[in-house]
Ligand binder design. Structure first.
Ligand code: FES
Length: 103
């Protein structure tokens, strides 16, 4: 899942915790901003729009644009407003609905 990313982490010595993004394991810095940590890990698409299916990713990093929406803990939330926690299960929201509609 990890790909080359133009984003770098500020501290390499932060303890790592295991999270899953769309079923793929990622070891991210505990307590880091979730959107920033996912970008640094190489995640480029956080969600697809429900209407056109266009790929979206974080833009403002301050809770205003809602482009970073992910599903975690049974809720769709802004990744830029969350911290990395051990065991997080993160998914791209709306993808299952889009897949169902395409069938
Ligand atoms: S990046 Fe804009 S709300 Fe999260």
């Amino acid at each position: 899942m990890k790909t080359v990313s133009p984003f770098l982490e500020l501290a390499d010595d932060a303890p790592r915790v295991r999270v899953w993004f769309d079923g793929q394991p990622l070891d991210l810095p505990a307590g880091a901003n979730l959107a920033a940590a996912l970008l640094a890990a190489g995640v480029q698409v956080f969600r697809h729009t429900p209407v056109s299916g266009a790929a979206r990713a974080p833009f403002c990093m301050m809770g205003a644009c809602f482009e970073c929406l992910v599903e975690t803990g049974g809720r769709v939330q802004q990744a830029c407003m969350l911290e990395v926690e051990d065991g997080m299960r993160i998914a791209r929201p709306y993808d299952a609905e889009a897949n169902d509609a395409a069938l």
